[in-house]
Design a protein around this ligand. Structure first.
Ligand code: F6R
Length: 259
């Protein structure tokens, strides 16, 4: 099952996950990081900037989860721009080693296949950061996504477009389509780290961690993976039936076990 770590706030979550990223990079220079966008991973990136200070990151590689289709790649809210601004620049990564699915590709039908191939050639993702949508999506795998799905074009739900309207002038500006790593692609990463903060994510987290494994709640796919860490604040953990057990387990975790 997933290890569930309930932390006091998003800063503590960021520090915990950033320490693991720094440990990986110190151990192997060419670590492959799976990068998420949205608000959730920002504390991880902020803490990683500190944790990686003085560490050689010139060989680190990164693959973003998803991108909007039909949004100018130069738009400040394209995930290409977000990854450059929030990850590549502050962490000092080599931009040539950090990849985002090409939502502007003239061959969008095959762009997903090429992206999966690039991940495979890089040796697969070592640590995949994930947020979760209020409708339970991970990546942009909306409800109904196949657990075997690969990187491909998807249609965003109205709920996701409403949630993401805060990054745009209005909901009408939020693209309807995206290109996202599939659930099958995500499940191939060696370690999944799912983060969530705030009451609005409590139902999605309870469903993903403790609900039935169902395509209706794509985040529940994490239950099929052998190495998952779920890092949540008290509000996002508030509907977890086994919260006390998770707290006790983490408090008594053997020191030889990493994250
Ligand atoms: C972003 C992504 C999405 C977000 C999710 C939560 O790359 O894949 O699954 O993680 O929509 O978004 P925030 O973090 O903004 O609440």
């Amino acid at each position: 099952m997933a290890e569930v770590v309930i932390v006091s706030d998003r800063v503590a979550a960021g520090e915990l996950v950033a320490a693991e990223i720094a440990r990986l990079v110190r151990g192997r220079a060419d670590v492959v990081l799976g990068l998420a966008t949205g608000s959730t991973p920002l504390p991880v990136y902020a803490a990683a900037k500190r944790a990686l200070a003085g560490v050689d990151v010139s060989h680190v590689r990164g693959f973003a989860l998803d991108e909007y289709v039909g949004l100018d790649p130069q738009h400040p809210q394209s995930y290409r721009s977000v990854i450059a601004r929030e990850v590549v620049e502050p962490l000092g990564l080599d931009p040539a080693r950090v990849h985002v699915p090409d939502g502007a590709s003239a061959r969008i039908e095959t762009a997903g296949e090429e992206y999966d191939r690039a991940i495979a050639i890089a040796g697969g993702v070592d640590l995949q950061l994930l947020g979760i949508g209020t409708d339970g999506h991970i990546g942009f795998n909306e409800p109904g996504s196949s657990f075997a799905s690969r990187t491909r074009v998807k249609t965003l739900t109205r709920q996701t477009r409403e949630d993401n309207a805060r990054f745009f002038a209005s909901i009408d500006e939020v693209p309807r389509h995206c290109i996202t790593q599939g659930l099958g692609t995500i499940l191939e990463a060696r370690h999944l780290v799912l983060l969530a903060f705030g009451e609005a994510k409590a139902d999605a987290i309870a469903g993903a961690v403790e609900g039935p494994v169902t395509a209706s709640l794509p985040g529940s796919a994490i239950q099929l993976h052998p190495h998952v860490t779920v890092v949540v604040d008290e509000a996002a953990a508030s509907r977890l039936r086994w919260a006390e057990y998770y707290r006790e387990t983490y408090a008594h975790k053997p020191s030889w076990q990493g994250l």
